[in-house]
Each structure stands twice: as structure tokens, then as C-alpha cells.
Design a protein around this ligand. Structure first.
Ligand SMILES: NC(=O)c1ccc[n+]([C@@H]2O[C@H](COP(=O)([O-])OP(=O)(O)OC[C@H]3O[C@@H](n4cnc5c(N)ncnc54)[C@H](O)[C@@H]3O)[C@@H](O)[C@H]2O)c1
Length: 297
């Protein structure tokens, strides 16, 4: 397998394109927004520079990696010779179903179609194609060049040989693949999101304040970051939407999002991306400052 197409040049798409290009694959990077493609190439260049500074790559490696990436704004042109397509477009079910129908029409018959979705059913995307046996989840973690895990998700109809090929391929990227089955939240988010939701419930009920909850989980459980800070980094809107997928998918009240989380998202307090969530973020400052809204909790 040599030709990889990546759909979506945002946070995840540029990272996925980066790791394949760095390992000598031929990469087609596709986004409907030309500005996103320009930004993605600049980001990949800057991240490769960081690897050079750390002594992990040479300037020649960087040039070769950048030269192996071609950009497209049109899906059919970008997947015409793909052996594997990895969809990393915006997390929206209808958008992804449309993309999978397009890919099924435009990609070669033998091409494997993968999605980097955090929460949308792989089986549902597979059912939008005439090749459900060749559809699989490849859940890379952010930031892709740094994080080693790839959660590989078997859809209901995924062929065992397709899974085997993806395990082999992700190994070639120096990643650690873990194969799971397609149920809501897969494994990573099914376990992470209830923990974050429980931390928010503890705050909501006044059991402890923001610094206490995060410090207990950092120092007591050796987590690199507390759950409230992590939620701010992921985006509180993203956390809420994944909790809704778990709640709807299992019909179990244990996944019901905490009302405080719902209120914060409704009010536009989304974490780092909106400058305030459980903490307040000031550009240029690395200090962790609790939001004044939680000063009296
Ligand atoms: N950000 C994360 O931490 C993270 C982690 C794991 C998985 N994911 C998943 O990865 C996927 C992408 O997330 P992201 O954070 O990179 O999003 P993002 O918003 O940074 O990027 C999405 C990109 O998709 C492009 N796009 C939208 N419609 C398109 C189309 N029809 N064709 C081609 N490109 C299109 C947008 O222009 C944008 O550049 C989502 O499914 C998300 O759930 C995200």
C-alpha cells in the first residue's frame, strides 16, 4: 500500500498526512477549503521543523515529506488512485455519509475506506457504501505526530483481512494499534467521557472545586492533566456531543450529560477554543487560572 488519500485538512487531517508523508507514503490531501490546505502545509512544515530541532529528522527528510503531499479541493480527483482513504472531515453524521457515498463512487473498487471519527458509527458509514466489508475506523489521537495510539474500529461487516492490513500499516507508522468493535464511543471515548462528566458532576454538586478535582486526578491517579482541564482542551461542545452519542446509543441514564456542561456549552463557554471553560486562557500565558465563575465553588 503506497497511495493514501486524506479527506479534511484540519487538526487531524494535517497530522495524519504528516505521519504518512514522513514514512514515505504518497499522500493526497483533500479539503473543500483551499485556505485549509495552505494552512495545513504550513503546519506540517512547522511540525517537521520541530522534529528536525529535536534531531529526529534531517532537512532532506522534511523536503521529501513535503514533496510527497499533493493537495486537492475535489474528492474524485484526490482519490482516483487511492489504496486507502482516511476521512477526517468535520464531525457531522450527514456530511460523513455524503462523503462515504462519494468515495464509494470515486475510489478504486479495491480501495479501503477509513474514518477518523471520534463517535459516529462506522457501521452506519459502511452501510452508505456498496463495500461495507472494506470500511473501518482508524481513530488517530491528537496531536497525531506525537500520540502513538490508533484505535482501529471494526464495523459490523468489516472483513478480517482489512483489519489485518490496517494493523500492519499503522505499525509501519510506528503507532500502536488496538482493535475494538463498533459500539457507541468505541473504547477511548466510552471510558474517557463518563469520567469527564463525573468530574463536572462533582463540581456541579459542590463536592470539590476545580483545582481540587484536577489535582486529585493528576497526583492521585498519575493522569498528566486533570479531567476538567482535559475537557477544556478537547472542547466542551465536543464532550457534550460525544456524551449524547453514548446516551442515545445505549439508552442508559448513566451517560446523561451533567446540566452544568449543557449550560456552559449553551452559553458559549467551550474551553480553550473560546478562551474560557473551567479555566480562563490568556494568549501567550501558560498559567492555569481557574475561571472566576468557579471561584466560589
Ligand atoms: N480534534 C481532535 O482532537 C480529534 C481527535 C480524534 C478524532 N477526531 C475526529 O477527526 C475528525 C476531524 O476533526 P478535526 O478536529 O480535524 O476537525 P477540523 O474542524 O479541524 O477539520 C475538519 C476539516 O474538514 C474539512 N471539510 C469539511 N467538509 C469537507 C468535505 N466535504 N470534503 C473535504 N473536507 C471537508 C473542513 O474544511 C476542515 O478543514 C472528526 O471526525 C473528529 O471527530 C478529532
Amino acid at each position: 500500500m503506497q497511495n493514501i488519500s486524506v479527506i479534511g485538512a484540519g487538526t487531524m487531517g494535517n497530522g495524519i498526512a504528516h505521519v504518512f508523508a514522513q514514512k514515505g507514503f504518497t499522500v493526497s490531501l483533500i479539503d473543500t477549503q483551499p485556505a485549509q490546505l495552505t494552512q495545513a502545509l504550513a503546519k506540517i512544515g512547522a511540525n517537521l521543523d520541530r522534529q528536525i530541532t529535536k534531531g529526529l529528522l534531517t532537512a532532506e527528510n522534511k523536503q521529501a515529506a513535503l514533496a510527497s503531499i499533493t493537495t486537492y479541493t475535489d474528492i474524485p480527483a484526490g482519490v482516483a488512485s487511492a489504496e486507502l482513504v482516511i476521512e477526517a472531515a468535520t464531525e457531522n453524521t450527514e456530511l460523513k455519509l455524503t462523503i462515504f457515498r462519494q468515495l464509494d463512487q470515486a475510489a478504486p473498487k479495491t480501495c479501503i475506506l477509513a474514518s477518523n471519527t471520534s463517535s459516529i458509527s462506522i457501521t452506519r458509514m459502511a452501510a452508505a457504501t456498496r463495500r461495507p466489508q472494506s470500511v473501518i475506523g482508524l481513530h488517530f489521537m491528537n496531536p497525531v505526530p506525537v500520540m502513538r495510539l490508533v484505535e482501529i474500529i471494526n464495523g459490523y461487516a468489516t472483513d478480517a483481512d482489512v483489519t489485518r492490513q490496517m494493523v500492519e500499516l499503522t505499525g509501519k507508522l510506528d503507532k500502536i494499534p488496538c482493535v475494538v468493535n463498533d459500539y457507541p464511543g468505541f473504547i477511548a471515548n466510552r471510558i474517557l467521557m463518563p469520567m469527564i462528566n463525573e468530574a463536572i458532576s462533582c463540581l456541579y454538586e459542590g463536592v470539590a472545586g476545580v483545582p481540587e478535582i484536577d489535582t486529585i486526578m493528576r497526583l492521585g491517579m498519575a493522569h498528566p492533566m486533570g479531567p476538567l482541564q482535559l475537557a477544556d482542551f478537547i472542547g466542551l461542545d465536543v464532550c457534550l456531543s460525544i456524551l449524547k452519542v453514548l446516551h442515545d446509543g445505549f439508552g442508559n441514564p448513566k451517560y446523561a450529560p451533567c446540566p452544568l456542561l449543557v449550560n456552559m456549552v449553551t452559553a458559549g463557554y467551550l474551553g480553550v477554543k473560546s478562551s474560557e471553560g473551567f479555566y480562563k486562557y490568556t494568549p501567550g500565558s501558560k498559567d492555569l487560572v481557574v475561571s472566576t465563575r468557579f471561584a466560589s465553588y
